[in-house]
Design a protein around this ligand. Structure first.
Ligand code: SF4
Ligand code: SF4
Ligand code: SF4
Length: 309
């Protein structure tokens, strides 16, 4: 029987998690900051150079690979997803009208305004900071992986190969760098300036102006403005986002549902081991309202599909 990651975690959760005494320290879902920092990704300017992947790996000491290792374009033959050693990945999507100009999409944690991962974390290991970044504290994490089930964008990865102290891994919006007044490493190294870091409200305005100035260049929609209650990372694209691997989501934030579940658990003593199943059902109810085109896999999801340039 084939189980996908979510199904596997749901089954695992019903048998493994018995932390009845845990408290819902992370159940707030984080504050909805009025105007958090964000990133505008203009996919029409992305050249697929993978410098952002290199910068991220350097900034987070993920590996010792030189920049040349990220110049390998063969990786675009298959869609890749984030993992414990790659907090951001760039994937290539074909352009039927101009085959020599494919679209490249960088994916990573979108830093939701009301993050489901924060809401689902029983011990507060995931928190939303003052700037709007969603960060992780491995010292608090109990390894339940509820966050992985609760994320509507299927972002958090887990160090399954770490025998002693496996961690959940995801983009932290370069929280240490930004606390020092620097911009995120990926944005600093992105050559054609397709990554713009700034206040979310200003990025939204910038995105609207770009669409207005070049209505032929962009699909008239900003991904992340509404999805899952809104995200700090915002995307512009030349065609419908679902054709570029983005998951189609409604505008309702995940925490509304996960908090209801958690409050029931702790108020009425429902066993926490039931949370996985409930979260799984919740996420399925929030899932794609329409199926993406079968030839394209959701953002961040791996497949074995071979892509044409
Ligand atoms: S994209 Fe997923 S991991 Fe990132 S903040 Fe949102 S819910 Fe959390
Ligand atoms: S913001 Fe930082 S952690 Fe996130 S993808 Fe960019 S470099 Fe990596
Ligand atoms: S560094 Fe910028 S242009 Fe290069 S792949 Fe990353 S997002 Fe695209």
């Amino acid at each position: 029987m084939h189980l996908d990651r979510r199904q596997f975690l749901e089954v695992l959760g019903t048998t493994a998690f018995t932390a009845v005494g845990a408290t819902p320290a992370g159940a707030s879902g984080g504050d909805s900051h009025e105007d958090p920092m964000g990133m505008l990704v203009d996919t029409t300017n992305c050249i697929g150079c993978r410098k952002c992947e290199f910068a991220c790996s350097q900034a987070h000491h993920l590996n010792d690979l030189p920049v040349e290792a990220f110049e390998d374009k063969a990786v675009f033959e298959n869609h890749r997803r984030m993992d414990a050693n790659a907090l951001t990945v760039v994937n290539r999507f074909p352009n039927e009208e101009e085959p020599d100009k494919p679209t490249y999409v960088k994916s990573n944690c979108l830093h939701c305004l009301n993050p489901g991962c924060v809401s689902a974390c029983l011990v507060g290991a995931l928190q939303k900071t003052e700037t709007g970044a969603v960060v992780y504290d491995p010292w608090k994490c109990i390894g339940c992986r509820y966050c992985m089930v609760a994320c509507p964008f299927e972002v958090p990865a887990y160090e399954f190969l770490e025998p002693l102290a496996p961690r959940v891994r995801k983009c932290d919006f370069c929280a240490e760098r930004t606390a020092e007044g620097k911009i995120p490493a990926c944005a600093e190294m992105c050559p054609p300036m397709c990554l713009t870091y700034g206040k979310r409200s200003e990025l939204l305005q910038m995105a609207r102006e770009k669409i207005e100035e070049r209505p032929d260049r962009y699909v008239h929609r900003i991904y992340g403005e509404e999805e899952a209650g809104g995200t700090a990372w915002l995307y512009l694209a030349p065609k419908e986002f679902e054709q570029l691997g983005f998951i189609h989501l409604g505008s309702e934030g995940v925490p509304v549902l996960t908090e209801t579940i958690q409050h029931s658990i702790f108020r009425y003593g429902v066993l926490p081991l039931m949370l996985f199943g409930l979260l799984g059902a919740t996420m399925r109810s929030l899932g794609p309202e329409v199926e993406p085109e079968p030839a394209i896999s959701p953002i961040g999801q791996a497949d074995e599909q071979t892509l044409s340039p």
